[in-house]
Design a protein around this ligand. Structure first.
Ligand code: PHE
Length: 481
């Protein structure tokens, strides 16, 4: 047996973040994405607002946050891809290496999410184009601060989404461009690819977010939106709604797909995992709530249905920007904001399988990126065809939960409601019960009260709550409802 360090085997040293803040920026970038700006408002609207939102916030802090600590712990300790990192922690703890299996589950989930994520990001790109063109028109006409899309009726503006969905070539082009960008960044590696992208894009994201939020506070009508988002009607909290909220909390924090295991594995120095994880959870939840407070005032102001579903953001906002001061400019900036957020997340989704290919299959980074980026692109093509040519296809049609859903919604639903909770469940059991306690203490930097609290949450509350929500969400008849 030769020494097991990578260097001793003559390999180049593994890549890593240049600093702790680079890691935080990249991890917040991974967390904040379409999950916050598109999926959260969509789900809050579909599931009746307040009760969903409050239950969601509870899931983030009681279940999500301890899992964030756990995933970063595994990655930072293992210094390898998702499966490899779990295997190393298992080795050091003297337990079965078969635990690495849930790393593979995460890799598959990340791959599947990436495939539809890029399609939705493609819709965003299309709206960047539409509103960007409109804003150029505003500049051309010398009226910089006019509303968006002047002279178009509500039907015309909202009809754009349907036209886009009916056009597979346009969808394909947008999906291809977005996946191409993701691919290019990930192929360049951690330092010059992902870290550079995060350091450029995240500050840009926060400047845009603050700017648009301040603008919204002046021109929007907040009252009804606040009531909708924060007044709970607990009768609306069915087992399925709870399962959706849990899935969304995991999705939004990039949990259950080994995303933070993978990013955490590139941490070189020491890192207090408590403060780091709290930063990620607060940033992520803050952006989701702000997105809700940006979108719902407008939805109610123009009298639209908050339960419109995935098209909510795309149909409602462009119409609202028509009547708002400087709507052309702000509308354009809003979609740029969403696009920026989507890029910093999609690169983390692709990095999970790419790192797995490098670590487990021994592929080079370009080869691994090519294989996973290329195949996720193809699955994405199936998703976009589900809106037109293959609109009758029901991938899991035998299952009542997915009997009505098109290809994209089925993959989205299955990953969110089944795969992510399963990944979270195994993570909690593994870290809470199997990982060596000394190792955990040393590597997380937690101690005293916070260590005990975290231990309780990860060992008891997470497995019980996630397990319960998973089972009752999937098989509601258990509760007799
Ligand atoms: N958290 C991202 C979002 O909210 C999506 C994501 C999930 C990214 C899992 C990485 C891993 O958009």
């Amino acid at each position: 047996m030769v020494a097991s360090s990578g260097l001793a085997e003559g390999k180049t040293p593994r890549e890593g973040w240049s600093s702790r803040s680079a890691f935080i920026l990249a991890a917040v970038g991974a967390a904040v994405g379409l999950g916050n700006l598109w999926r959260f408002p969509t789900l809050a609207g579909e599931n009746g607002g307040g009760a969903f939102v409050l239950f969601y916030v509870g899931c983030v802090f009681l279940l999500g946050l301890p899992l964030v600590v756990s995933e970063i712990f595994i990655g930072r300790t293992g210094q390898d891809d998702a499966a490899g990192s779990i295997r190393k922690v298992a080795e050091k703890s003297g337990v079965s290496k078969a635990w690495a299996g849930f790393g593979l589950l995460g890799v598959i989930a990340a791959f599947l999410i990436l495939s539809f994520y890029s399609v939705v990001a493609g819709w965003v790109l299309y709206y960047v184009g539409v509103l960007g063109g409109d804003f150029l028109g505003a500049i051309g006409s010398g009226d910089l601060f006019r509303g968006a899309l002047p002279g178009e009726s509500q039907e015309m503006i909202q009809g754009r989404m349907g036209d886009l969905f009916a056009n597979p070539w346009l969808l394909l082009a947008m999906h291809a461009i977005f996946m191409g960008v993701t691919f290019t960044i990930v192929a360049r590696g951690i330092g010059s690819g992902i870290e550079t992208a995060a350091t450029v894009l995240m500050p840009m994201f926060f400047i845009l977010l603050v700017g648009i939020t301040i603008y919204g506070a002046f021109v929007g009508n907040l009252t009804e939106a606040v009531a909708f988002l924060f007044t709970p009607d607990w009768s609306k909290l069915t087992p399925q709604v709870m399962n959706t909220a849990l899935g969304q909390a995991l999705f939004s924090l990039s949990l259950g797909v080994a995303g933070l295991i993978t990013y955490g594995s590139y941490i070189k120095g020491s890192a207090g995992l408590g403060p780091t994880s709290v930063t990620i959870a607060f940033a992520d939840t803050g952006v989701a709530l702000i997105a809700g407070l940006m979108i719902f005032p407008i939805v109610f102001a123009v009298g639209l249905d908050p339960a419109a579903g995935p098209t909510l953001v795309f149909q409602t906002l462009p119409f609202a920007f028509q009547t708002m001061p400087a709507g052309a400019l702000i509308g354009f900036l809003f979609f740029v904001l969403v696009l920026v957020a989507a890029v910093t997340s999609s690169i983390s989704l692709l990095e999970v399988p790419v790192a797995w290919g490098i670590g487990e299959m021994g592929w080079s980074r370009p080869k691994s990126t090519m294989i996973f980026g290329g195949s996720a692109f193809l699955v994405g093509v199936a998703c976009l065809l589900g809106y037109n040519v293959w609109s009758d296809v029901r991938l899991l049609g035998f299952w009542s939960l997915f009997a009505e859903t098109d290809i994209l919604d089925t993959i989205d639903g299955f990953t969110g409601k089944v795969m992510l909770p399963l990944g979270a469940f195994f993570t909690a059991i593994f870290v809470g019960w199997r990982a060596d306690r000394k190792l955990v203490e040393e590597m997380t930097g937690l101690s005293g009260f916070w260590l005990s609290l975290w231990r309780f949450l990860i060992a008891w509350l997470c497995p019980l709550a996630v397990g319960f929500i998973l089972v009752t969400g999937l098989f509601p008849e258990i509760l007799g409802s």
